[in-house]
Design a protein. Structure first.
Length: 145
Protein backbone atom coordinates (compact mmCIF):
# COMPACT_ATOMS: atom_id res chain seq x y z
CA UNK A 1 0.00 0.00 0.00
CA UNK A 2 1.23 3.52 -0.85
CA UNK A 3 1.83 5.96 1.88
CA UNK A 4 1.34 9.71 1.62
CA UNK A 5 5.11 10.24 1.36
CA UNK A 6 5.28 8.26 -1.88
CA UNK A 7 2.35 10.23 -3.37
CA UNK A 8 3.90 13.67 -2.82
CA UNK A 9 4.09 15.69 -6.02
CA UNK A 10 1.83 13.40 -8.06
CA UNK A 11 -0.94 16.01 -8.18
CA UNK A 12 1.54 18.60 -9.41
CA UNK A 13 2.75 16.31 -12.20
CA UNK A 14 -0.85 15.50 -13.22
CA UNK A 15 -1.68 19.21 -13.21
CA UNK A 16 1.35 19.97 -15.40
CA UNK A 17 0.19 17.32 -17.88
CA UNK A 18 -3.39 18.64 -18.04
CA UNK A 19 -2.70 22.42 -18.11
CA UNK A 20 -1.72 22.66 -21.82
CA UNK A 21 -4.90 20.86 -22.85
CA UNK A 22 -7.09 23.05 -20.63
CA UNK A 23 -5.42 26.27 -21.82
CA UNK A 24 -5.81 25.21 -25.45
CA UNK A 25 -9.46 24.40 -24.92
CA UNK A 26 -10.06 27.71 -23.13
CA UNK A 27 -8.28 29.90 -25.72
CA UNK A 28 -9.92 28.16 -28.69
CA UNK A 29 -13.32 28.61 -27.03
CA UNK A 30 -12.60 32.31 -26.46
CA UNK A 31 -11.54 32.84 -30.09
CA UNK A 32 -14.57 31.08 -31.56
CA UNK A 33 -16.80 33.03 -29.17
CA UNK A 34 -15.22 36.26 -30.41
CA UNK A 35 -15.76 35.16 -34.02
CA UNK A 36 -19.41 34.34 -33.31
CA UNK A 37 -19.88 37.72 -31.60
CA UNK A 38 -18.35 39.58 -34.57
CA UNK A 39 -20.49 37.62 -37.02
CA UNK A 40 -23.63 38.56 -35.08
CA UNK A 41 -22.50 42.20 -34.92
CA UNK A 42 -22.01 42.31 -38.70
CA UNK A 43 -25.34 40.57 -39.30
CA UNK A 44 -27.11 43.19 -37.21
CA UNK A 45 -25.26 46.01 -39.01
CA UNK A 46 -26.32 44.63 -42.41
CA UNK A 47 -29.95 44.38 -41.25
CA UNK A 48 -29.82 47.97 -39.96
CA UNK A 49 -28.41 49.20 -43.27
CA UNK A 50 -31.09 47.33 -45.24
CA UNK A 51 -33.76 48.80 -42.97
CA UNK A 52 -32.26 52.28 -43.47
CA UNK A 53 -32.21 51.90 -47.27
CA UNK A 54 -35.72 50.47 -47.39
CA UNK A 55 -37.15 53.95 -46.73
CA UNK A 56 -34.75 55.76 -49.11
CA UNK A 57 -35.25 56.38 -52.80
CA UNK A 58 -33.30 53.85 -54.92
CA UNK A 59 -29.69 54.94 -55.34
CA UNK A 60 -29.74 57.38 -52.43
CA UNK A 61 -28.34 56.86 -48.95
CA UNK A 62 -25.77 54.32 -50.12
CA UNK A 63 -22.81 56.04 -48.44
CA UNK A 64 -24.75 56.39 -45.17
CA UNK A 65 -25.74 52.71 -45.30
CA UNK A 66 -22.12 51.72 -45.91
CA UNK A 67 -21.07 53.80 -42.90
CA UNK A 68 -23.85 52.16 -40.89
CA UNK A 69 -22.38 48.74 -41.70
CA UNK A 70 -18.73 49.64 -41.16
CA UNK A 71 -18.97 52.08 -38.23
CA UNK A 72 -22.42 51.50 -36.76
CA UNK A 73 -23.53 55.07 -37.56
CA UNK A 74 -24.52 56.92 -40.72
CA UNK A 75 -21.52 59.25 -40.42
CA UNK A 76 -17.96 58.04 -41.02
CA UNK A 77 -16.20 57.01 -37.84
CA UNK A 78 -12.68 56.11 -36.86
CA UNK A 79 -13.21 52.66 -35.34
CA UNK A 80 -14.94 49.95 -37.43
CA UNK A 81 -17.39 47.57 -35.76
CA UNK A 82 -15.06 44.65 -36.47
CA UNK A 83 -11.26 44.76 -36.82
CA UNK A 84 -10.28 44.83 -40.48
CA UNK A 85 -13.78 45.72 -41.72
CA UNK A 86 -13.84 48.39 -44.42
CA UNK A 87 -16.15 49.78 -47.07
CA UNK A 88 -14.50 47.47 -49.63
CA UNK A 89 -16.26 44.53 -47.96
CA UNK A 90 -19.68 46.13 -48.53
CA UNK A 91 -21.31 45.45 -51.91
CA UNK A 92 -23.44 48.01 -53.71
CA UNK A 93 -27.07 47.71 -52.51
CA UNK A 94 -29.54 46.22 -54.97
CA UNK A 95 -33.11 47.44 -55.30
CA UNK A 96 -35.42 45.03 -57.09
CA UNK A 97 -38.99 43.85 -57.49
CA UNK A 98 -39.93 40.31 -56.54
CA UNK A 99 -43.15 38.37 -56.83
CA UNK A 100 -45.85 38.26 -59.46
CA UNK A 101 -49.12 39.39 -57.97
CA UNK A 102 -48.67 41.38 -55.84
CA UNK A 103 -45.13 42.54 -56.47
CA UNK A 104 -42.92 43.58 -53.57
CA UNK A 105 -40.16 46.17 -53.81
CA UNK A 106 -37.05 45.06 -51.89
CA UNK A 107 -33.54 46.26 -51.17
CA UNK A 108 -30.66 43.84 -50.56
CA UNK A 109 -27.43 44.72 -48.74
CA UNK A 110 -24.49 42.37 -48.24
CA UNK A 111 -20.95 42.00 -46.91
CA UNK A 112 -18.52 39.60 -48.51
CA UNK A 113 -14.84 38.78 -48.18
CA UNK A 114 -14.48 39.65 -44.49
CA UNK A 115 -12.14 37.44 -42.48
CA UNK A 116 -12.02 37.22 -38.70
CA UNK A 117 -8.54 37.81 -37.30
CA UNK A 118 -7.92 35.90 -34.04
CA UNK A 119 -5.91 37.38 -31.19
CA UNK A 120 -3.63 34.37 -31.21
CA UNK A 121 -2.58 32.75 -34.49
CA UNK A 122 -1.62 29.46 -32.88
CA UNK A 123 -2.51 28.09 -29.47
CA UNK A 124 -0.03 25.33 -28.65
CA UNK A 125 -0.62 22.91 -31.54
CA UNK A 126 -3.95 24.35 -32.78
CA UNK A 127 -3.62 26.76 -35.73
CA UNK A 128 -6.53 29.19 -35.54
CA UNK A 129 -5.60 31.05 -38.74
CA UNK A 130 -8.01 33.41 -40.44
CA UNK A 131 -11.69 32.47 -40.30
CA UNK A 132 -13.47 33.56 -43.50
CA UNK A 133 -17.04 34.63 -42.92
CA UNK A 134 -19.68 33.63 -45.45
CA UNK A 135 -21.58 36.30 -47.35
CA UNK A 136 -23.79 38.18 -44.89
CA UNK A 137 -26.86 39.67 -46.52
CA UNK A 138 -30.22 41.13 -45.61
CA UNK A 139 -33.24 41.89 -47.77
CA UNK A 140 -35.95 44.28 -46.63
CA UNK A 141 -39.21 45.26 -48.28
CA UNK A 142 -39.20 48.81 -49.58
CA UNK A 143 -42.35 50.90 -49.98
CA UNK A 144 -40.52 53.03 -52.55
CA UNK A 145 -39.46 52.31 -56.16
Amino acid sequence: MFTTNKQRGVALVEFALVVPFLLTLMLVTIEFSRAFYQYNTLTKAVRDAARYLSVQMPGTGVEEATNLIVYGTTTPGTQPLAPGLSATHVDEPVWSVIGAAPTVNVVTVRIQGYQFVPLWGTVFWVDLGMIPFPIISATMPSPLI
